[in-house]
Design a binder for this molecule. Structure first.
Ligand code: 13P
Ligand code: SF4
Length: 309
């Protein structure tokens, strides 16, 4: 979608950023104008690394709660703001810390790997955290003789099990947006856009992933498209990423596998809310200290293991 952000709005945000010594981070699924405005855009891993390394005093996190929480765990001395309080991730809410503790009691010898799309309490109960970009590397780094519990995304879990040959104990969580993309959507798009390469996110269902050419995190999709080896893509993930794919590759064609793949929570962030957030320092995301320290350990191990793709 083409639009111009009002110059006055940009100026206002710049002034507020200066006043708060703030940096704006935006996930690849954010509305186009938010991605354009941000200092950094990226996937969950890239944004976690940025959040850990920035020397700004304030981080405005344009994404969902678990992302702001992750930034707060990594940078407790900074003010981490989520511009819309109710922007959560249904998948992250599909497992509680108590449910994970029960799973650990049932599997006392297993190591626990949690997807970053989880609460701080769940991270605190886990040995390792991972994102879709480094989940395979994280699991590959674990001793062969240990069983592994993987929470909460069953679809990412099955992708990791297949790539690593490990038998993971899965939790039945899923992304309510990615499961809207169907096998039929891929078949229809392939018939319509001949010779297009299908890039799918590992959060998609298994039948969709079977039909895809490449299984990639959102950051990896951007890198893959930038290689320029092909000029026509069907994109099986949240449609917000198409904005940046088009912007970075103006010669190439990008088609959403499904127009239904919209994450309502990601779309709750607006320019007005970013302004309100900087003006009133809201909504500050904090993690209580004992939980933060434990969650930090699983995140530190994740940030160290970079993806090889
Ligand atoms: P990545 O950007 O890490 O691929 O994650 C996708 C996602 O669903 C974030 O909520
Ligand atoms: Fe959560 Fe899915 Fe939205 Fe990502 S796209 S924030 S996993 S609901």
């Amino acid at each position: 979608m083409k639009y111009e952000i009002d110059k006055q709005v940009i100026k206002k945000i710049e002034r507020l950023k200066e006043r708060r010594n703030a940096v704006i981070l935006a996930h690849n699924y954010q509305p186009g104008e938010i991605q354009d405005l941000a200092d950094f855009t990226g996937d969950s891993l890239g944004l976690s690394i940025r959040a850990a390394r920035t020397d700004a005093d304030t981080i405005v996190f344009c994404g969902v709660r678990f992302m702001a929480e992750t930034a707060a765990i990594l940078s407790p001395e900074k003010a981490v703001l989520l511009p819309e309080k109710s922007a959560g991730c249904p998948m992250a809410d599909m497992i509680t810390a108590e449910q994970l503790r029960e799973l650990k009691r049932e599997n006392p010898d297993a190591l626990v790997v949690c997807y970053v799309n989880s609460s701080a309490e769940v991270k605190a109960e886990s040995d390792y955290c991972c994102t879709s970009a480094n989940a395979v590397e994280v699991v590959n780094s674990l001793p062969q003789d240990r069983r592994i519990v993987f929470v909460p995304d069953q679809h990412l879990g099955r992708f990791v099990a297949e790539r690593t040959g490990r038998d993971l104990i899965l939790w039945p969580g899923y992304c309510t947006t990615h499961v809207l993309i169907t096998e039929q959507d891929i078949k229809t798009a392939r018939a319509k856009y001949c010779n297009a390469v299908v890039m799918a996110h590992p959060e998609c269902s298994e039948p969709v992933k079977e039909l895809a050419d490449e299984l990639l995190s959102t950051g990896q999709m951007l890198k893959f498209a930038a290689k320029g080896t092909t000029q026509r893509f069907i994109v099986a993930t949240e449609i917000g990423i198409i904005h940046t794919l088009k912007k970075q590759n103006p010669e190439a064609e990008f088609y959403p596998a499904s127009e239904r793949a919209v994450c309502p929570n990601m779309k709750k962030i607006t320019l007005d809310k970013v302004i309100g957030s900087l003006e009133d320092m809201q909504f500050e995301t904090t993690v209580p200290e004992p939980i933060r320290t434990r969650a930090r350990k699983s995140l530190d191990r994740m940030v160290e293991i970079l993806p090889t793709r």
